[in-house]
Design a binder for this molecule. Structure first.
Ligand code: SF4
Length: 348
């Protein structure tokens, strides 16, 4: 809790207001605590959460009416990463001003919080800042997939003494976040060495790190089999999950299409899927007009990955099912052919 109540009187009136709000929530049956999720975006890449994959979202610009209507005792502002909202100070101001006492906190992983921002939040009435810290030191950064979120003692730079004319090998540790993406061109870093107390004397060394490619993708579908009538169409939905640590491009093709049948990819045969992403791909199968009741065909789709050059196949089965009238018409048409054949044999 931020200690804004310095004197006994301030602490006392804070307590009285808080207790009054508590009674009000009791009497009006309002929630005591609400978590206000102000964004689903996040700049971390925690492997236990998928908020960081959010690309688009809808946002409220003003929370005053919501808080006023609910009237909670405590509001915890969360995300995603709430500090990604450029209007976060305004949001705190809205929450605080919506009701006569709303104990307000923010839950952040802390990397986007600096003293200036913390002061702005404090000045509009924020009561509590909660910082999620999984581990001490670099292990926290690795877990969250963000570099340099926290360094032990804030120390990411080491001093070393080199006397004139001497050279010294230095060890450089680079930790790749568990959710880092593969990049065929490698990731570039620049190592800077500067003379202590005189940063005009410095040297730069660019280095490139190539992340090992972990490839692979999975296929699944809710439905693998369908019964259809001749001429009828059905759209199967194929879930394609890119398990690689890099963005990938997938190409689909139909390997075995029976004569007279049609297989179409309504949204095209090529899909770009981000690392760890999933795409639902529609595959439309149309049965031949000449298909007969009881026919069963297997449609095999080939899916190949550009990144890893792996190819996989997925089959869908369609069983032809004619209605009674159609079956009768087919039987008569068969009889007609037999009749014509017998006539032909009789006369020739
Ligand atoms: S920091 Fe929080 S919101 Fe962001 S990815 Fe990690 S758990 Fe999810």
């Amino acid at each position: 809790m931020l200690d804004r109540n310095q004197s006994f009187l301030e602490s006392f009136s804070f307590g009285i207001l808080g207790f009054s709000k508590f009674l009000q929530t009791e009497l009006s049956n309002s929630p005591k605590l609400i978590n206000l999720e102000v964004t689903k975006l996040c700049n971390a890449r925690c492997d236990f959460c998928d908020y960081w994959q959010t690309k688009h979202e809808e946002r409220l610009d003003d929370y005053t009416n919501v808080i006023d209507k609910i009237g909670p005792l405590v509001v915890m502002i969360t995300g995603g990463e709430p500090m990604l909202r450029k209007d976060i100070v305004d949001i705190v101001r809205q929450v605080k001003s919506a009701s006569f006492f709303t104990y307000t906190g923010i839950i952040t992983k802390g990397d986007l919080l600096d003293l200036n921002k913390a002061k702005q939040l404090y000045n509009v009435g924020l009561d509590q800042i909660s910082i999620s810290l999984d581990f001490l030191g670099d292990r926290h950064s690795v877990n969250r997939g963000v570099d340099a979120v926290f360094k032990e003692d804030g120390n990411t730079i080491e001093d070393t003494e080199i006397s004139n004319g001497q050279s010294k090998p230095l060890a450089l540790f680079i930790t790749i976040g568990s959710q880092a993406s593969y990049n065929a061109d490698g990731d570039s870093f620049e190592v800077l060495a500067a003379k202590i107390g005189d940063d005009t004397i410095n040297a730069r060394q660019p280095i490139t790190v190539f992340l090992k490619l972990t490839d692979g993708f999975d296929l699944s579908s809710v439905k693998y089999k369908e019964n259809l009538e001749p001429g009828e169409s059905f759209t199967f939905q194929l879930n394609l999950e890119n398990n690689a640590n890099g963005d990938d491009e997938f190409t689909l093709s139909a390997l075995s299409v029976p004569s007279g049948w049609r297989v179409v990819f309504p949204e095209g045969p090529t899909y770009s899927i981000d690392a760890g992403g999933v795409e639902v791909i529609p595959i439309q199968v149309t049965v031949s007009d000449d298909a007969r009741n009881g026919d069963e065909e297997s449609i095999t789709i080939s899916i190949s990955s550009k990144l890893s050059n792996i190819e996989k196949q997925q089959s869908f089965v369609v069983e032809v099912e004619q209605g009674f009238t159609d079956r009768l018409a087919s039987a008569f048409s068969d009889l007609w052919y037999v009749f014509v054949f017998l006539l032909w044999r009789y006369f020739y």
